[in-house]
Structure formats: structure tokens, C-alpha cells
Design a protein around this ligand. Structure first.
Ligand SMILES: [Zn+2]
Length: 240
């Protein structure tokens, strides 16, 4: 890149941060003023806009990119606040190569190799942030999980807004309780943890949907007879 081109791209980068931050704050503040939460909403919307603008995640050339931005700044704002927390955790890790530009730029999401995860070996999507893509996120398998499983969660969160974390958490609590009862009553040969996971995690409709899309249903970690028999949706692989 010539120095003139580099300067031009730097200026465009600064312009994008500014416009996305201001627009995010205005859109979020305007919509949430309906419930008297204009200021906190404008702060979250503005910060999301600044981070996303700086990392150039939204694909402005496509209506899908605009839709992602508007939803993230309005209907999904609670999860977007959670996503900001994930950025803070990732920044504190100071891991070189933590942020995976190649999977994030103009893809309407952020991807971290580490970031905020709860379980070893499992990626965790919080709003528009995919965490835990792994130390070798460029491998074909991990890329497939990012694109065809975690990316499904990013859009589930966008479509379902506050309903998504609510259903997810409620399902986990009720499912884990059901799994524990099944284990206590039926005494299956499988470990208690696997039975709880099958009921509380794999049976969750949002996970059922994402694993089906990924083409891994039933998932290897689940006890097959304790999860849904059919896939919820066709897999991305089959469409190719
Ligand atoms: Zn999942």
C-alpha cells in the first residue's frame, strides 16, 4: 500500500468510527427514550458503534449489515451491553492475535481466539461477539463452527432480542433439573454431567437449531436418547 493509500484508509477508518459511534448512540437513545432509558442506551449504542466501527465489522454495502447494526443498537441492546463486557475481558487477556480480523471484518460480528468463555473447548457467543475460536482459529473445523454454529447464535440473539438470553437461561435451569431427576430415577450408565448437558444444553431449541445447521446432530457430547431425534433445520454443508 502506498503511503497516500495508507493515509486515506486511516482517515476512512477514523470517519467510520465517528459515524458509527454517533449513529449508534442516536438510534439507541431515540428508541430507548420510549421507556425513559435514553442515556444508558445511547452510551451502550455509542460504545458498540465505536468498537464495531474501529474494527469495521458491519458490512455497509449489504442491507444485512445495516439490519445487524440497527438491531444491535436497539432491540438487542441488552445483549450488546454483554458483548461490550466480553471486549473488556478480551482486552484484559493481552493475548497476541486474540482478535481474529479475518473472521470479523465486514462479517457483522467480532471473533476472538480466547475472549470470554465459560467452558473449556466450547465457544461462547455473547451478542455480536464470538469468543473462544481457539488457538488455531484458522483451521477448517473451527471456521466451520464459527460460521455455521456460532454465527447462528449471533443472529438468534438479533431476532429474539431479550427473549434469547431469557429462554436460554431458563431452559438451562429447568433442563438441568430435569436431567438430574432422570439420572437419579433411571440411573443410566452415563455420567450425571452428560445427562445434565443433554437436557439443559443440547436439548435447548437454540442449540438444537445451531448444531443442526452445523451438520452435527446429534452432537458427539450428547446422550442420543436424551435429545431430539430429528434435526431442527437442514445443515449448511448439505446445501453446498
Ligand atoms: Zn451453541
Amino acid at each position: 500500500m502506498t503511503s497516500a493509500a495508507a493515509r486515506r484508509s486511516r482517515i476512512l477508518g477514523i470517519v467510520e468510527v465517528g459515524i458509527t459511534a454517533v449513529l449508534g448512540a442516536v438510534v439507541a437513545g431515540a428508541v430507548w427514550s420510549l421507556v425513559d432509558l435514553a442515556i444508558p442506551a445511547a452510551i451502550v449504542g455509542g460504545l458498540n458503534g465505536a468498537v464495531a466501527g474501529g474494527r469495521r465489522i458491519y458490512r455497509w454495502r449489504s442491507p444485512v449489515g445495516w439490519l445487524a447494526f440497527v438491531l444491535d443498537s436497539t432491540w438487542v441492546l441488552v445483549t450488546t451491553a454483554g458483548a461490550l463486557f466480553a471486549h473488556v475481558v478480551a482486552a484484559a487477556q493481552r493475548t497476541p492475535g486474540n482478535y481474529v480480523v479475518q473472521y470479523s471484518e465486514r462479517r457483522n460480528r467480532h471473533v476472538y481466539a480466547r475472549g470470554y468463555t465459560l467452558r473449556r473447548g466450547f465457544m461462547l457467543t455473547v451478542g455480536n461477539v464470538i469468543n473462544g475460536a481457539g488457538p488455531h482459529p484458522r483451521s477448517t473445523f473451527r471456521r466451520h463452527v464459527v460460521d455455521d454454529h456460532e454465527h447462528v447464535h449471533v443472529w438468534q440473539a438479533r431476532w429474539f432480542g431479550p427473549i434469547f438470553p431469557l429462554v436460554y437461561a431458563t431452559w438451562w435451569v429447568i433442563g438441568a433439573t430435569a436431567g438430574t431427576l432422570v439420572w437419579l430415577v433411571r440411573r443410566p450408565p452415563e455420567r450425571l454431567g452428560r445427562v445434565i448437558d443433554s437436557w439443559g444444553y443440547y436439548r435447548n431449541p437454540f442449540e438444537w437449531w445451531a448444531y443442526s445447521r452445523e451438520g452435527r446432530w446429534p452432537p458427539p457430547g450428547a446422550v442420543e436418547r436424551f435429545v431430539w431425534r430429528r434435526t431442527l433445520t437442514s445443515s449448511r454443508q448439505r446445501e453446498v
